[in-house]
Design a protein around this ligand. Structure first.
Ligand SMILES: [Zn+2]
Length: 127
């Protein structure tokens, strides 16, 4: 991938990273976890959730959403690391460029679709 393309991706991912972090801050208020354990301590929170009253469902939904956002944040962090390392946008297996559409959905992708499918097939059917 060209340097200016990498730079554009980096900008874009950093913006999304900041946005999701801000959203997660909002979730923290909603789920009330700020006054309790650290945001990363999921087990402490879910056991506490069992004692909650009528708003448990709402909190649970927010909690699930926050989980999805956290995964997306991980994905973006991976992508940023790959940009730093210069490996972003190409397949670790065959070295071919990973299509932009795939990178948008999974910025942290390390393999192109054919390589990933091949690997998954190999994993399912032991030779
Ligand atoms: Zn490949």
């Amino acid at each position: 991938m060209k340097a200016e393309q990498l730079k554009a991706w980096r900008e874009k991912l950093l913006v999304e990273h900041r946005r999701i972090e801000a959203e997660l801050e909002g979730f923290k208020e909603l789920t009330g976890s700020t006054s309790r354990e650290s945001a990363g301590d999921l087990s402490a929170y879910s056991s506490h959730m069992a004692d909650q009253g009528t708003d448990t469902m709402e909190r649970e939904k927010a909690f699930l959403l926050a989980g999805q956002k956290r995964r997306r944040l991980d994905e973006i962090s991976q992508a940023l690391l790959r940009i730093e390392a210069g490996s972003f946008g190409s397949c670790d297996k065959c070295g071919e460029p990973i299509p932009t559409r795939r990178l948008e959905r999974m910025p942290g992708a390390t393999m192109c679709v054919p390589c990933k499918e091949k690997l998954e097939k190999q994993g399912r059917i032991p030779s």
